[in-house]
Write a protein that binds this ligand. Structure first.
Ligand code: ADP
Ligand code: MG
Length: 687
């Protein structure tokens, strides 16, 4: 049996099961083998019946003291046994397993494992059906030992645990073609289990030690392959002769640079120099600029775009939201049009005619810089001479999308990625393993630090009166309401409610606006535009304002239900204020019901350092939530967990570096890379 064979070829999989498996993304034998257990049940520990808890999986051993057989509707056979272990009675039910009649006899000893429920009207206090495992001992037979650790799969009503266990046992029995995909030198150096052993053991481990080794090996190979892919990508773009060699800065760049109303900070200057150096080399630039909100990344992006234009190339800048894209567009076109640079805008919300015209202008090189949303990577967009691609807040885009944009030019355009998410260094390896990193740590001078307060909801009137006084002094304010990702529906009214409450209450007579993700794009834009132009003074919003909105006159922000946000997110939100010369205030409104919530908000009040907050967030909320947004950029990981497996990641990264130095090893892994990450790394494979 081959890994690429359809699951249909496995014993026990008919068309129906096949369809169900496909729904879970399992099409091939390989998919099934890498459908890893969610967790494991340790069956080697017995629970006394008296100690069972409803809903908690347990293994019990008892003697059959009573038996029932019933036939239900449509010939359904129901076997019920009552087990006694001296501490209590458990009722166990089997459906449609007539063959068990010969085995289940009063007086026999049985081991069962499953989730107990309360038994109604039965003889025992608890009942079990849909057993995860059972074993009936014949008279005089010794227990062969419990089966130890059992895998628990992400299952559903149609495909249950037992189905998966049987199926995987079936597949692992087969004579599978499972070629080793990690070079021998690496396997040896990192003491890795063989691939076959690891797969066997991850599904059916003999003991905890073996499971650990198997998991290590599988997580390692997963991360290793990704690292190899990323490093290859980098190497390839460095070696390609298609990279553009931009000239040293000329008149246009210098004029724009001089027109800036401020001098660049030291970090900005350094980043700019790094970018110039990259762009002037004949290899393709792949650089990540990481800088806290408000640290001034956009200016750097603009200079890089101008440099591309000066050299006769086009530049593209992609932003994750319509609002942000149009803000960048306005900002850049206002600054650059006076120098004769033609800036265009492209988004999904243009009319078909506008869009067609923009496509034509791009193809005819009638625009120099195009700013837009995902619309920039549509099939119909053809650049005449694309020389530089900038993606803002890259973590919102997948690697594949980025690659899509890069493919638009005949030459390989330089790539600059901007992110405000402070990602621990180790993490940049997985997400951005193929990029060089520039850091902008300082904030521009003259910024008033943002003062942050945590207040209870019963102080809202006071808070909002203060906001009103700030508005009367000429400032603008944000009020942010949480939008729960899981259930946007239920939260929508809360932004609306707050909006109504405020504009008819304390803020009567003051122009207020409301934005949230459900508004039609045109309406959202109108409101943002008016806030931008200082026509709207108070903006009630959901997190749609999180990314990049820049209104320097806004100096106060109230965040309702602040405990619902992660620290990193609060920090992003807070970054919307303190962008001008005014003293700025952020007020976190929260009941602070839990210790954890209080602690998190306290940290917010104490520090403005994005990196520190990111680390704290990681510590307090756990990686799942923190990295939720980053996962978009990560290839789907089947077994490795980031950042828990950070050590494995670092080892895998090192191993990948070694592999890249060895031609033999590199050729060895190519088929595996091809098989697993065909789409992601397709353009490496073509060479
Ligand atoms: P980011 O994109 O990193 O969040 P922006 O580029 O939007 O930050 O910059 C935030 C604000 O700071 C903008 O109003 C910008 O004009 C201003 N700014 C950027 N660099 C400097 C600097 N060196 N000195 C003063 N102000 C700056
Ligand atoms: Mg920005």
């Amino acid at each position: 049996m081959k890994l690429t064979d359809s699951v249909q070829y496995i014993k026990g999989v008919g068309p129906k099961k096949k369809a169900e498996l496909n729904k879970l993304g399992i099409a091939t034998v390989y998919d099934l083998l890498t459908y890893f257990p969610r967790t494991y049940e340790d069956q080697s520990v017995l629970t006394r019946i008296a100690d069972l808890h409803a809903g908690e999986v347990a293994t019990v051993s008892g003697t059959i003291v009573n038996l029932h057989e019933q036939s239900g509707r449509r010939g359904l056979s129901i076997l019920t046994a009552f087990l006694n272990d001296g501490t209590g009675m458990l009722q166990v039910t089997w459906f449609n397993q007539k063959y068990l009649k010969n085995k289940l006899k009063i007086g026999r000893r049985v081991f069962v494992s499953g989730k107990p429920t309360y038994a109604y009207g039965g003889q025992g206090a608890f009942a079990m059906s849909q057993l995860h495992y059972f074993q009936v001992l014949d008279k005089g037979e010794q227990p062969e030992g419990l089966c130890g650790i059992l895998p628990v799969y992400p299952a559903n009503e149609r495909l249950n645990q037992k189905f998966f266990r049987t199926l995987l046992q079936e597949v692992l029995k087969e004579d599978l073609e499972l070629p080793e995909m990690i070079p021998e030198s690496i396997c040896r150096a990192y003491h890795l289990l063989g691939r076959r052993e690891a797969l066997q053991a991850v599904h059916f481990p003999e003991n905890g030690e073996e499971l650990k080794k198997a998991r290590y090996r599988l997580a390692f190979s997963e991360l290793y392959l990704i690292q190899c892919g990323l490093l290859l990508l980098k190497k390839q773009s460095q070696e390609t002769s298609l990279g553009i060699r931009f000239q040293p800065n000329g008149e246009l760049v210098q004029k724009v640079y001089k027109s800036l109303p401020f001098t660049l900070t030291h970090d900005q200057q350094q980043t700019w120099q790094e970018i110039c150096r990259d762009m002037e080399r004949p290899v393709t630039m792949r650089r990540l600029v990481q800088g806290d909100v408000g640290s001034g990344k956009t200016v750097i992006a603009m200079l890089a775009l101008v440099k591309a234009v000066e050299n006769g190339w086009q530049g593209a800048m992609m932003a994750p939201t319509e609002i942000l894209a149009s803000q960048h567009y306005e900002n850049l076109s206002a600054k650059l049009t006076p120098f004769g640079t033609r800036v265009g805008f492209l988004s999904g919300h243009l009319t078909p005619k506008q869009r067609r015209e923009m496509y034509e202008a791009i193809a005819a090189h009638e625009v120099d810089i195009v700013i837009g949303t995902h619309a920039l990577i549509q099939k119909d967009v053809h650049f005449a001479r694309l020389g530089l691609v900038i993606t803002d807040e890259q973590h919102r885009f997948g690697i594949a999308q980025r690659a899509e944009l890069e493919k638009k030019g005949c030459h390989v355009p330089d790539v600059l990625v901007m992110t405000a998410t402070p990602i621990p260094r180790t993490m940049t390896l997985t997400v951005y393993g193929d990029l060089d990193v520039s850091l902008i740590k300082q904030q521009p001078p003259g910024r008033q630090p943002i003062r942050t307060f945590v207040r209870r909801p019963d102080r809202r009137e006071l808070i909002y009166n203060y906001v009103r006084s700030q508005i009367e002094a000429g400032r603008q304010a944000y009020v942010v309401c949480p939008l729960i990702e899981m259930n946007e529906e239920s939260d929508l009214p809360s932004a609306e409610e707050v909006y109504d409450e405020l504009r008819w209450g304390i803020f009567r007579g003051i122009p207020c606006g409301l934005v949230h993700g459900r508004l039609p794009a045109a309406e959202k834009e109108r409101v943002m535009q008016e806030f931008y132009e200082n026509k709207i003074k108070l903006l009630v919003s959901t997190t749609v304002i999180e990314v990049g909105v820049n209104v320097p006159n806004a100096s106060i922000m109230v965040i309702e239900h602040a405990e619902r946000f992660g620290l990193a997110q609060l920090h992003q939100l807070r970054g919307r204020i303190g962008r001008g010369p005014y003293a700025s205030y952020c007020i976190l409104v929260s009941e602070g019901k839990t210790e954890n919530a209080r602690e998190r908000l306290k940290i917010m009040a104490e520090t403005n350092d994005g990196f520190k907050l990111a680390e704290e967030d990681l510590r307090l909320r756990g990686p799942g939530q923190f990295f939720g947004s980053l996962q978009h950029g990560l290839p789907d990981l089947k077994i490795a967990r980031v950042p828990e497996d950070i050590d494995i990641l670092l080892a895998a990264h090192k191993a990948a570096e070694a592999t890249l130095r060895s031609k033999g090893d590199l050729d060895f892994i190519r088929p595996a890379l091809m098989l697993q990450y065909k789409e992601k790394f397709a353009h490496i494979m073509e060479t």
